[in-house]
Design a protein around this ligand. Structure first.
Ligand SMILES: Cc1cc2nc3c(=O)[nH]c(=O)nc-3n(C[C@H](O)[C@H](O)[C@H](O)COP(=O)(O)OP(=O)(O)OC[C@H]3O[C@@H](n4cnc5c(N)ncnc54)[C@H](O)[C@@H]3O)c2cc1C
Length: 393
């Protein structure tokens, strides 16, 4: 049974993160967008404060704070919404393993977890992990990756390129997915942890993006890059890369969906305040139309939040949640996109101005229907699962 009440501890986490988002993140978000980065000193402070999105991969962290591991995914969606309410690009810039954490958590040995997660507590410097799946010719078509891995003695040789990798340029290590036989699709995928400085591994261009500009997105190139057996994730005699890549999404999609809810909510609140101050809602038919547009947007965001919570709760309970994770992502990305569009519309020129956060959120939100699986891909996952269910019915 899903409980819609947050307990005292979860409420405390939410309130603390909301305060941080409002007081520390919002005031610098526009400048970070223009600079294409958050200041290093600020990221160091974030690290010192112990704010980390590594919660997914570090369940023990939450246990130390008094939660059981069973609330880890719920904490992630609550944190995702509140911090993205402050700024979406900030959340992606929080030091830690990021998307690279879950495959290590799912497939890694105890020694690998110790070695790769240990990097983040080495000193006070902001350090990152990354997740390298997408390639210039393989985004949605994950099974079609062309980065190859060939066995050579007690190591593997990787060749290929990855693109649009969040924090890829500054990561201490990247979980890279490669295939030992391109003709075999997903059956031949393996996951490797490639460490910064490994010969044959280099960073290509840093992308200039429409939105989420303060989050670094990089191209990565692998040319005869030798990775030892000790850095292969999963059983050495089995190709488990595809499973690791997909399991990652089951736990991260609800959080990414919750981030979209946070950005949409921020935009509607800002537009509502603007319209109230301008007396717009008292302006007869125009006021009624705009009030209804914002209220409709908020209603959809609340539905999206419940979908996120359900998917996260199922993950915490150890239940298969691929369909529900995709439902939350498909619905929330669209609802938030509509919310940001309605907010710009309601504010008119004030919403389009270059120094307006609503303008930035409108640019930021589009990518939520693209990364972590596009809207179309989520719909395919949902349809397949629904049809399987119908067959058994
Ligand atoms: C800001 C940002 C950060 C990112 N971070 C990472 C990261 O850290 N790691 C990583 O590995 N990747 C990352 N990505 C890449 C992201 O996951 C891909 O962009 C995404 O998977 C879509 O792939 P694509 O862009 O190649 O689009 P394509 O797959 O080429 O799709 C183009 C269009 O075709 C549609 N389409 C494709 N296949 C089908 C189909 N079978 N049926 C119906 N429609 C279809 C898509 O929905 C889309 O509308 C990031 C991307 C962005 C923009």
């Amino acid at each position: 049974m899903i409980d819609f009440e947050l307990d005292e501890t979860l409420e405390g986490v939410r309130d603390m993160l909301h305060w941080f988002a409002q007081e520390e993140v919002r005031p610098i978000a526009l400048q970070a967008d223009r600079d294409h980065a958050f200041p290093d000193a600020f990221l160091r402070k974030v690290k010192e404060m112990g704010i980390s999105m590594g919660a997914l991969s570090r369940a023990e962290d939450s246990q130390k704070r008094g939660h059981g591991a069973k609330t880890v995914n719920r904490i992630a969606v609550i944190a995702g919404e509140e911090l993205a309410w402050g700024d979406g690009a900030f959340l992606l810039s929080i030091p830690g393993p990021g998307l690279g954490g879950p495959p290590i958590q799912f497939l890694g040995s105890a020694e690998q977890k110790e070695r790769f997660f240990g990097v983040f507590s080495r000193d006070g410097e902001p350090r990152y992990g990354a997740y390298g799946l997408t390639e210039p010719g393989a985004g949605s078509d994950v099974a079609g990756i062309r980065t190859t891995c060939k066995r050579d003695g007690d190591s593997w040789i990787l060749d290929g390129a990855k693109c649009f990798i969040t924090n890829g340029g500054r990561a201490e290590w990247v979980v890279v997915f490669a295939t030992s036989d391109v003709s075999k699709g997903r059956e031949a995928h393996r996951a490797f942890v490639v460490e910064k400085g490994t010969p044959g591994f280099r960073v290509g261009k840093i992308e200039k993006k429409m939105g989420l500009r303060a989050s670094e997105t990089a191209e990565l190139i692998l040319e005869g890059c030798r990775v030892p057996d000790a850095n292969v994730l999963g059983a050495s005699d089995k190709a488990q890369g595809f499973m690791g890549a997909m399991k990652t999404f089951d736990s991260t999609r609800p959080m990414v969906a919750a981030m979209a809810v946070g950005i949409g909510r921020a935009a509607v609140e800002r537009a509502g305040d603007h319209c109230k101050a301008a007396g717009t809602f008292r302006a007869g038919m125009k006021g009624a139309l705009l009030a209804d547009a914002l209220a409709t947007a908020m209603r959809k965001l609340e539905v999206a939040r419940l979908l996120c919570w359900r998917a996260a709760w199922m993950a915490d309970e150890g239940m298969p949640n691929a369909r529900e994770a995709s439902m939350s992502k498909a619905y929330a990305a669209q609802a938030a996109l509509e919310a940001c569009a309605a907010s710009v519309q309601a504010m008119g020129v004030a919403g389009c101005a270059g120094d307006s956060l609503v303008e930035k959120w409108f640019r930021d939100i589009k990518v939520f229907d693209i990364f972590e699986g596009t809207g179309q891909i989520q719909r395919i996952v949902i349809s397949k699962r629904l049809l399987e269910g119908l067959r058994s019915f």
